[in-house]
Design a protein around this ligand. Structure first.
Ligand code: SF4
Ligand code: SF4
Ligand code: FES
Length: 270
């Protein structure tokens, strides 16, 4: 019978072809191939860490959590956007080979590490936080905002976004319009607008109902196809378009959340 230790027994070698480029030093991008021993459990992140430690300390790539939680490690694996910390080498190796390159649609800092500044600027532009007009209640809270399970379910899937950039990298509109807000930011705009605690409808519509906003999306869904958390940003954008049209007809996305007296600190007496 197979034991869990078998997952870590070496089973052979794989050739990993890696994009190498330092825009500050190199005249043109190039490729470098590394051959490493792998087991069934070896992830691409494990492989790159070993290459960096044992063979090429100059190799640049991003990662942090190693558990598909932080969104730092997305890159192109055999031409497709993936999180390398949760992708096993042997799952994707073709003919004993893997090709790694930085995410499409992002400027390159070095090798496999991309510059996320524009991506995060766009995310920030849609104000990804709860906007409230009742400043007095915020400053001196008298209770908690009531939200039903059904109201929570309207935006829950979008809270899983890791900001990994895979959707943005796969989007053909981002590729041709560098100012397009992109699937991540637009779906997050929807996530906050439909949150019953939020009062930011007009402020966000001013950002997303624009020349480089949601109407540039032609619903090809490449973004949703590569999302590692099944957020489905393409669906969020279509719901956002509907919400904008309804708001032009005078419909509000939700009733404001009621403030209920807080139960925190209440002592239960027998
Ligand atoms: S929507 Fe999905 S693919 Fe896009 S940034 Fe969020 S987690 Fe990544
Ligand atoms: S559905 Fe819209 S945002 Fe997603 S990849 Fe297509 S054009 Fe880009
Ligand atoms: S290292 Fe955090 S998601 Fe991969």
């Amino acid at each position: 019978m197979e034991s869990s230790m078998d997952l870590w027994k070496p089973v052979g070698t794989v050739k990993i072809r890696v994009y190498k480029y330092n825009p500050r030093k190199d005249f043109a991008p190039g490729w470098k191939e590394y051959e490493i021993e792998v087991s069934r459990g070896t992830t691409i992140l494990d492989a790159l860490l070993r290459i960096k430690e044992e063979t090429d300390p100059s190799l640049a790539f991003r990662y942090s959590c190693g558990q598909a939680l932080c969104g730092s490690c997305a890159m192109m694996v055999n031409g497709r956007q993936m999180l390398i910390c949760r992708t096993r080498v042997l799952e994707v190796a073709k003919g004993g080979k893997i090709e790694l390159r930085p995410l499409d649609n992002f400027p390159i800092i070095r090798d496999l590490a991309c510059d996320f500044k524009s991506f995060f600027d766009k995310h920030r532009a849609v104000k990804p936080w709860i906007i409230r007009k009742d400043v007095e209640e915020l400053e001196n809270p008298t209770g908690d905002y009531k939200q039903t399970i059904e109201e929570y379910a309207r935006y829950y899937q979008f809270t899983d976004c890791l900001k990994c950039g895979a959707c943005y990298s796969a989007c053909p509109t981002v590729a041709t319009d560098h100012e397009y807000l992109g699937p991540q930011a637009l779906s997050q705009a929807y996530r906050y607008i439909v949150d019953t605690r939020d009062d930011g409808l007009e402020e966000r519509i001013a950002v997303v109902d624009s020349d480089h906003g949601c109407w540039r999306c032609h619903f090809a869904t490449s973004c949703s196809d590569v999302c590692p958390k099944y957020v489905d940003p393409a669906q969020g954008i279509q719901l956002l378009k509907k919400l904008i049209l309804r708001s032009k007809l005078g419909f509000k996305p939700h009733k404001p959340a009621e403030v209920l007296p807080s139960k925190i600190g209440e002592v239960k007496r027998g």
